[in-house]
Design a protein. Structure first.
Length: 81
């Protein structure tokens, strides 16, 4: 992946790297908090999927499988490999 960075960002990085370690750590944490993460989007997608699955189960539109059955299937898959 190629990322184009402005000269201003490069200069800011140089200045940030010249800061004491504790200031660098603080700055890095603030920057990370301010940038939307892809993981947040994935978490939101899984939350939506979980709600949709729960709604299907409550309506009776989903085939539910017991833990014991899922565990048995997983053990079988592992044994077959």
């Amino acid at each position: 992946m190629i990322t184009l960075v402005t000269d201003a960002a490069k200069k800011l990085l140089e200045e940030a790297l010249a800061l004491p370690e504790e200031d660098q750590r603080w700055l890095a944490e603030r920057l990370l908090e301010s940038v939307p993460r892809e993981a947040d989007e994935v978490d939101e997608a899984w939350a939506s999927e979980a709600v949709a699955r729960l709604e299907r189960a409550e309506r009776g539109d989903a085939k539910l499988v017991s833990y014991d059955e899922v565990r048995g299937r997983a053990h079988q898959v592992l044994r077959d490999k």
